[in-house]
Design a protein. Structure first.
Lengths: 296, 276
């Protein structure tokens, strides 16, 4: 054991000091301010606010719209991540198994990842436009439907539509990361499994899955956080409509804060979101740590 | 056996081709539509390739709709964010790897925790703080706010790159009498330069693409970033899709082109971070 009697080394601290400043002043301090705002009547334009205790939380927890938005956020997150992982996985396996054109397909398939969300919304609204959009008119021309489908303004079609857009956008990132993980699996392990007479499925379960589960696990948690907290995608595609059916929690909070100008209530919504995420992630890390310890 | 294998291969390639078309089609559609004239773009059925290629949409968007100005705004903000964020993060990532290695795992947790802070949550105190500092409608205000997401992400990526630097090289330089900062700049930075470039480009793309903070902190038409300007254009009463597509090309092309160059590095960085 090396003795840890060292002088405090100030120059070492100087390296990390600016980043600590950023994290404290731009992340920790604002979150604490938000907690404080959530107990006040903070207003977007009025300068004075008063302490209102749990009033904001009580009102939000009594609002039916909050539960609808919460449910929508969870449905949106689970469906998006589930779909992205399945599709990403399939595409990664395909890419990993081909010999010619691997690089080309990889580049083509990751294009959506680089799209700014604003452009995603604009192009899909154009392609799906209910009057002259390329996709609805093509579906009619092919004789698949008689009337132009209203992908973004029909209450029943809108969710599958925005889900499709989010799968289009999010799958490449999952695919590329699973592909990187697949490439780290030593070839011998596959050969060993083959020698033992394992079927393709058995090899998949006993060699492939354990090797990539850690990368996929972390990726899933990061993307879950991203989708759950993301405001832009749904807001830009639908604005939360039609008739609030696609309103997620971030949109609900945005409308409360910037539409109704009630920043205190809006803060309370976002704090509830954060608490929920902290609980979900703690559970995830509790189990992943436990699993890690068992494996060691 | 041989035959069965080749049928399988064909199915694989067909699936990949189909998936690639779905992935790339919107980008192609944006670019092709941007070159279509007003008569052609709303034609039914639509041509895929423009019959007559025209630059009118780009000309109009850049000069009449002031997108030249918005590009400059976004460019300045994204470049400044990148420079500041990568400088801060490179120092921090190196500091953690070299001087505080035991912090490593806790750091990952800290970064994931900060990632959990919803942008919409942060947007509220940002609008209050930036307002109090008198920085609403300024580039500097937006640059400060952009550090909130670019620094943690850049640190995450850079830690992976710095960990590949062998300690021996640095020790040799230390023996020669160089101090920590000199070692960092003269010895370490050149080794991780490719990683830093990739991180910088990724930071740039994220700042260039950002929407929410820019929507909330900028309300003068002059100061808008390109993403918000595009959204504003979409909300206009008379919507011209040709102009929309020209404006969209200007937003999306820089991101896609840069991204294609660095995608390899970014994804392996994340995968490596995960396996620690």
């Amino acid at each position: 054991m090396i003795k840890r009697i060292k002088k405090i080394n100030y120059t070492s601290w100087l390296f990390i000091l600016p980043a600590i400043l950023v994290i404290v002043s731009l992340l920790l301090y604002p979150v604490l301010s938000s907690v404080v705002y959530s107990f006040t009547s903070k207003h977007l334009t009025r300068p004075v606010s008063t302490f209102v205790g749990l009033q904001n939380y009580k009102k939000i927890l009594a609002d039916e719209q909050f539960y609808k938005a919460f449910f929508m956020s969870i449905k949106w997150t689970v469906a998006s991540i589930g779909g992205q992982v399945i599709l990403g996985f399939i595409l990664a396996m395909l890419l990993n198994s081909i010999k010619i054109g691997k690089k080309m397909f990889r580049v083509l398939l990751i294009v959506p990842w680089a799209f700014p969300v604003v452009v995603i919304a604009v192009i899909w609204k154009f392609l799906l436009n209910g009057v002259y959009g390329f996709i609805p008119t093509m579906l009619v021309n092919l004789g698949l439907t008689d009337t132009l489908p209203q992908f973004l303004s029909s209450g029943t079609l809108v969710f599958p539509t925005i889900l499709f857009v989010n799968l289009w956008f999010g799958t490449p990132m999952i695919m590329v990361n699973i592909l990187s993980a697949l490439q780290t699996i030593p070839e011998e392990q596959y050969e060993a499994a083959k020698m033992d007479g394992a079927s393709t499925w058995q090899t998949f379960v006993s060699v492939t899955i354990p090797h990539i589960s850690k990368v996929v696990g972390l990726l899933v948690i990061l993307r879950t956080i991203w989708v759950f907290t993301n405001f832009d995608m749904v807001y830009l595609l639908t604005g939360g409509g039609p008739a609030n059916v696609t309103m997620t929690l971030p949109i609900y909070a945005y409308k409360m804060g910037w539409g109704l100008k009630l920043l205190g209530k809006s803060s309370a919504i976002t704090i509830i979101m954060l608490i929920f995420l902290l609980i979900v992630c703690s559970i995830y890390f509790y189990y992943s740590d436990k699993k890690e310890k068992e494996n060691v | 056996m041989r035959k069965k294998l080749s049928v399988r291969t064909i199915i694989k390639y067909l699936t990949l081709i189909l998936a690639s078309i779905v992935a790339v089609f919107p980008l192609l559609w944006i670019i092709l539509s941007a070159f279509k004239g007003p008569g052609e773009i709303n034609q039914y059925p639509t041509n895929i390739l423009p019959k007559q290629w025209t630059f009118d949409n780009f000309r109009y968007v850049l000069s009449e709709l002031n997108f030249g100005n918005y590009i400059v705004n976004s460019l300045v903000i994204a470049l400044a964010t990148t420079f500041v964020a990568v400088t801060i993060s490179a120092l921090a990532a190196y500091g953690v790897v070299r001087f505080f290695p035991r912090v490593g795992k806790a750091l990952t947790r800290l970064l994931i925790t900060t990632y959990m802070f919803p942008p919409i949550l942060l947007a509220i105190p940002y609008s209050v703080i930036i307002g109090a500092l008198g920085l609403v409608n300024t580039r500097i205000g937006l640059i400060i706010v952009y550090l909130s997401f670019s620094v943690p992400y850049a640190v995450w990526l850079l830690v992976g790159f710095f960990e590949t630097v062998p300690l021996g090289i640095e020790e040799a330089a230390r023996i020669d009498g160089a101090n920590k900062l000199q070692v960092f700049i003269q010895v370490v930075l050149p080794i991780v330069a490719p990683g830093i470039v990739a991180t910088a480009i990724y930071t740039f793309i994220n700042a260039w693409n950002e929407f929410l903070y820019s929507l909330i902190l900028i309300n003068s038409t002059e100061k808008m970033t390109i993403a918000v300007a595009l959204r504003a254009l979409e909300n206009q009463e008379i919507l011209d899709w040709g102009q929309m597509m020209a404006a969209s090309s200007l937003v999306v092309l820089p991101s896609v082109i840069f991204f294609v160059f660095i995608q390899n590095k970014i994804s392996s960085g994340l995968a490596e971070g995960a396996t620690k």
